[in-house]
Design a protein around this ligand. Structure first.
Ligand code: HEM
Length: 575
């Protein structure tokens, strides 16, 4: 060992070389001499410091290896304290087959879920769904859904699963954001209930964004990357509602807003793959890209907030907002923070953080949903008829409601559009889990079948399996856009339906129960407005087959690289 070191390029050589290439003034500087001397002493093969250093490196390697081995064991072989008699989804028992099963969860979770569902859930049994990224989940039979939804949040907590999965304390910019319900309050109040006051803005932005991305040529078919173009469209219309007209047309801001919302899930995925003790060290590097885009967002949003701040004062009346000048999320969030008199919440930085995280929740889920339905419409064997059917409904409602067609009352009558969106979400929901909760009660919880789960275990149901179960849906793998129309009453105005925003045991596109997505009413309205514009203004060229949606662990993305051909319909371009 010492021979090797003697013959190697030691730090002493390096020191000499470094000094020789330094400018003369620096060579004589006291600081560099001090550093060089001490470094040389430290790494001299005969020095005790050098021996100490070697020992330290040795210990680090040994401890690191032990931790990695523990991590690998925990990821691939361990049940993490879950009951020993609960079966894995495919019935695997040997450590090797369990490890292989875990590896398959990276890209092949679908058959594993289906296997467990038909083998155990349909037989009223609980099973373990492996997940190499986030750890195993206890999957209940559907009959135990009511029990699952009835548990209080201080026993089983859905929010904690998201917090853990997204590494929200790091990636979501501030720990308050994922824990409290300030967003919930603004989403439920202004964003949902005040839709009528800003829906014309959305319609205007849709027209602008579609023309920009899909063009206005009524003679030639145009090939478009569906996901990319619709990401731009959704990003623009969401931001019209979030930050107002001026900023939503700012290309630099838009780029950072949509990039952050796309990248943050990947960042969380990478953090999930790191052992816990390495996360504090590597997370600043892994998150650097997201943070760059967050800082870009602040560059535009913080001045906007500062400019508007003079309109507010702490303790103002929560019930009397003034949105006459600016009717967007920034204004709503400022009003909320000032009226609740919370000095942390009304700092420009905090409002920007909340905005950035909300854009993530709103943009990705919506672009996935609209891309999926465009592919569904193109690939249906009745593509032309369905496009025409949706278009007819929009025409019928607009002729009846006139300028009020785009209000909540008008949109409620667009039952075919609602049904088609819901059907596409049933087939291609972006999360395979439906409801997943973390055991937070320190004493754990006993399941209806008697199994006991310790604190920290995850328990729930998957949506993918029930959404594709023939017992719940005939032709479960076929896109039938009118599936959810009320059967007897037809689709005319006034008919009752099970709208997409209503969650159920068999429909968990927005999850289910009291933690179902709070943004779903806004999302449904925005998506209906966009789908209405797509079918009335464009023809989508039918294709023979729909590209499959790829699975990455438990998320299911749209075919992001696939293209379709579209053409603007004659008579829809304003002169
Ligand atoms: C089609 C579009 C959307 C879909 C499919 C969707 C789906 C979902 C799902 C499945 C969850 C539950 C996640 C889980 O607990 O496992 C969720 C939660 C959430 N969504 Fe949405 N979402 C959509 C649009 C939106 C929009 C537009 C907003 C905001 C304006 C939003 C805000 C939220 C928030 C804040 C949560 C967390 C709720 C909580 O933890 O209590 N979502 N969403």
């Amino acid at each position: 060992m010492s021979g090797l070191i003697n013959h190697s390029f030691t730090m002493q050589n390096a020191t000499a070389l470094t000094i020789s290439i330094l400018p003369k003034t620096h060579r004589i500087s006291g600081l560099s001499n001090f550093l060089m001397t001490n470094l040389s002493a430290l790494v001299h093969p005969k020095s005790t410091m050098f021996a100490e250093l070697l020992r330290l490196v040795g210990y680090t390697i040994v401890i690191g290896t032990v931790f990695w081995a523990a991590w690998i064991y925990q990821r691939f072989f361990s049940r993490r304290g879950l009951p020993k008699d609960l079966p894995w989804a495919d019935g695997s028992t040997s450590p090797w087959s369990v490890a292989k099963l875990h590896v398959r969860t990276f890209f092949g979770l679908k058959p594993i879920i289906q296997n467990g569902y038909y083998k155990f859930s349909k037989d009223e049994k609980v099973f373990l769904l492996p997940n190499v990224v986030t750890g195993p989940e206890v999957i209940l039979p559907m009959s135990q859904m009511k029990w699952l939804l009835d548990q209080p949040d201080n026993v089983l907590n859905q929010n904690e699963v998201n917090r853990e999965f997204l590494h929200a304390d790091r990636t979501m910019l501030h720990s308050n954001i994922i824990r409290d319900m300030v967003h919930g309050r603004v989403i439920r109040r202004e964003m949902t209930k005040e839709l009528d006051t800003y829906s014309d803005n959305i319609v205007e932005e849709i027209e602008f964004a579609l023309a920009r991305n899909w063009g206005t040529d009524t003679t030639e078919w145009r090939e478009v990357r569906v996901y990319d173009t619709l990401l731009d469209v959704i990003s623009r219309i969401s931001n019209r509602v979030l930050v107002g007209k001026e900023l939503c047309r700012n290309e630099e801001y838009l780029r950072s807003s949509s990039t952050y919302s796309r990248a943050v899930v990947l960042t969380a995925g990478m953090l999930n793959l790191l052992p816990e003790y390495l996360r504090p060290i590597f997370s600043p590097i892994i998150m650097a890209y997201d943070m760059y885009h967050y800082r870009q967002i602040t560059k535009f949003v913080v001045p906007l907030i500062k400019e508007r701040a003079h309109q507010f004062k702490p303790g103002m009346d929560y019930r009397r907002p003034d949105y006459s000048e600016n009717n967007d999320y920034v204004q709503w969030a400022m009003h909320d923070a000032y009226s609740h008199n919370d000095p942390l919440e009304y700092t420009p930085e905090m409002i920007t953080k909340r905005l950035t995280v909300l854009s993530f929740a709103a943009i990705q889920s919506s672009v996935i949903t609209i891309s999926n339905i465009v592919f569904d419409l193109a690939a249906s064997s009745q593509s032309i008829e369905y496009q025409a059917g949706l278009r007819d409904e929009v025409r019928q409602v607009t002729s009846q409601y006139g300028s009020k067609a785009w209000t909540r009352a008008g949109l409620l009558q667009m039952l075919r559009l609602d049904s088609a969106l819901k059907e596409s979400m049933r087939l291609w929901g972006f999360l395979s889990r439906g409801v997943m909760k973390l055991v937070v009660a320190p004493e754990g919880i006993t399941l209806p079948d008697g199994h006991h789960l310790d604190v920290g275990a995850k328990v729930g149901v998957t949506s993918y399996a029930i959404h594709h179960d023939e017992d719940a849906y005939t032709d479960a793998f076929t896109f039938k856009p009118y599936r959810f129309l009320p059967k007897q009453q037809g689709s005319g105005p006034g008919a009752k339906a099970q709208p997409m925003v209503t969650s159920a045991d068999e429909f968990m596109g927005f999850s289910h129960g009291r933690h179902a997505c709070p943004g779903r009413f806004f999302a449904a309205n925005q998506l209906k407005l966009l789908l209405a514009a797509i079918v009335t203004k464009y023809d989508i060229e039918p294709v023979a087959a729909r590209p499959e949606n790829p699975w990455l662990n438990n998320t299911i993305g749209p075919p992001v690289f696939s293209t379709l051909r579209i053409r603007r319909r004659p008579g829809t371009v304003e002169a």
